[in-house]
Design a protein. Structure first.
Length: 235
């Protein structure tokens, strides 16, 4: 289908003269695959495909009772060591300097251990890196995940709102295509013609395909669509 579409639109493009034929795919402004950075067993999943999430929202967590206990112990030890150092600092003129330094070292080590324990605990919780919608879910409660390999791809997500058209065209026309030029296109090569404006032209060309790339913004379209159209250069 894509080959037929390409041939048809290449023939149509001849009538546009200096205007540039291009293909495109719709993509979200932001998209990502989310993974745990720690190994373990999935304890709880809080979202599903289609869920709208906010930046920082918890999406899933691993079993972490042991790490939670260690983090709580580390916080208590850090608090005690800090208070101990503070007390001895208030009477430092009456105690040996080496003794005071040992309390400071004890406090610093306790704080470092607290930060490490909290960091390990945080790795068992998967949060949304930006506000958006969950597009795929690849884990279930009870699954074992590892910190390496494809099994850790827990969710796919993308940002809300305006999509971008990633537009590819022959690099021979690179100098003709500029930001601000109209792009007239059709989804799948048929149906109503739509129009948007080139927002940026990438500064490099794919050396293997000799295709240049531009972007345009569009509303009210899902990601994953493809089609073709014409960049109206006005030349």
């Amino acid at each position: 289908m894509k080959k037929t579409l390409l041939t048809t639109l290449l023939m149509l493009n001849i009538s546009f003269g200096a205007n540039v034929f291009a293909t495109f795919e719709t993509k979200a402004q932001k998209s990502t695959k989310l993974a745990f950075s720690s190994s373990g067993i999935v304890k709880k999943i809080y979202v599903d495909v289609g869920s709208n999430v906010k930046q920082g929202q918890i999406l899933a967590s691993l079993q972490n009772d042991d790490l939670l206990a260690l983090a709580n112990t580390a916080r208590s030890q850090a608090k005690f060591a800090s208070l101990e150092y503070q007390r001895y600092s208030q009477v430092k003129e009456y105690i040996n300097k080496n003794q005071l330094d040992s309390y400071k070292l004890k406090k610093d080590n306790a704080i470092t251990q607290q930060r490490y324990s909290e960091s390990m605990l945080n790795k068992t919780v998967l949060r949304a890196p930006f506000s958006g919608v969950i597009t795929s879910k690849n884990i279930e409660e009870g699954d074992v995940v590892t910190s390496q390999g494809a099994t850790t791809n827990a969710f796919g997500m993308q940002s809300f709102g305006t999509m971008k058209l990633v537009i590819k065209f022959d690099a021979r026309y690179y100098g003709l295509v500029k930001a601000g030029q109209p792009f007239v296109f059709q989804i799948g090569g048929k149906g109503a013609k739509l129009k948007t404006t080139i927002s940026k032209v990438y500064p490099s060309v794919d050396e293997k395909t000799q295709m240049a790339v531009a972007e345009a913004k569009i509303d009210n379209l899902p990601s994953g669509l493809f089609g073709a159209g014409t960049i109206v250069t006005g030349s």
